[in-house]
Design a protein. Structure first.
Length: 210
C-alpha cells in the first residue's frame, strides 16, 4: 500500500479524471487542469494529441467504477492501462527518426498503422524461431500504472453518488453504506425526495385535512 498522502493524491487523480465534463467546450478547460495538476502522468506526451486517450481512459474508468463485480472492474482497469501504454508507445515512435521515416511507406488509406509496420519490421530482423523466444518482460512501471494498481486495490470503495444532479458523482466511499459523495448532496437529495413526495401526495393530504 502506498503512503496515505500518496494514496490520497492517486484517488484525487482518479476522481478528477472520471468526473471530467462530457461537453467539448468544458472539456478543454478541464483537460488543461488535469495536465496542470498531474504533470507526472503525462510526462513525455504531447498535450495536443492526448484528447482521444484521455476520453477513452475516462470512459474505461467510469465503466470500472460502475462495474457490478471485481472481475469486470479489473478488466476495465486493465483496458485503461493498455490504452495508456499504446498511446505512450505511439507517441514515442512518432517522435523518433525511425518512426518518422517509416511513415513514407504507409500508403494513403492503408488498413495497417505505424505501430503494426514497426512490429513487422522487427520480425524481419529477427531469427526464424522468434515464436520460440521467451516472452518480453513487463516494461518499467509508469506513474499511471501505479495509479491503476492502487485503483484495483481499493476498487470496492468506488461509488457513484445517488444524487442525480451531483456535478462530481464518481467518488470513493469512506463508509461501506455511504451513498452520497458529500453531505451537501445527501441534504439536496433529501429535499428533492420531500418535494417529490409532496407533489405526489398533496391532494390526498389536503382531502384528509378537510
Amino acid at each position: 500500500m502506498p503512503p496515505d498522502f500518496l494514496a490520497r493524491q492517486m484517488e484525487r487523480l482518479l476522481t478528477h479524471w472520471a468526473n471530467l465534463p462530457e461537453t467539448l467546450s468544458r472539456l478543454r478547460d478541464a483537460k488543461r487542469s488535469l495536465l496542470h495538476h498531474y504533470p507526472e502522468i503525462f510526462d513525455g506526451l504531447d498535450p495536443e494529441t492526448t484528447d482521444d486517450m484521455i476520453l477513452h481512459v475516462q470512459n474505461l474508468l467510469r465503466a470500472a467504477w460502475e462495474s457490478p463485480d471485481a472481475r469486470s472492474r479489473d478488466w476495465f482497469i486493465f483496458k485503461a492501462r493498455l490504452n495508456y501504454k499504446k498511446h505512450l508507445e505511439i507517441q514515442r515512435a512518432s517522435s523518433s527518426p525511425i518512426g518518422n521515416d517509416l511513415r513514407q511507406f504507409i500508403p494513403k488509406g492503408a488498413l495497417f498503422n505505424l505501430e503494426q509496420l514497426q512490429i513487422w519490421g522487427k520480425l524481419l530482423e529477427t531469427e526464424p524461431y522468434i515464436w520460440m523466444a521467451p516472452p518480453e518482460k513487463p516494461p518499467a512501471q509508469t506513474q499511471f500504472e501505479q495509479v491503476m494498481s492502487h485503483f484495483q486495490g481499493i476498487g470496492n470503495k468506488a461509488a457513484h453518488c445517488k444524487y442525480s444532479e451531483c456535478p462530481w458523482p464518481y467518488f470513493f466511499r469512506k463508509r461501506n453504506n455511504q451513498q452520497y459523495c458529500h453531505q451537501k448532496c445527501a441534504a439536496a437529495a433529501q429535499r428533492e425526495a420531500k418535494r417529490r413526495w409532496w407533489h405526489e401526495n398533496k391532494n390526498r393530504v389536503r382531502r384528509k385535512s378537510k
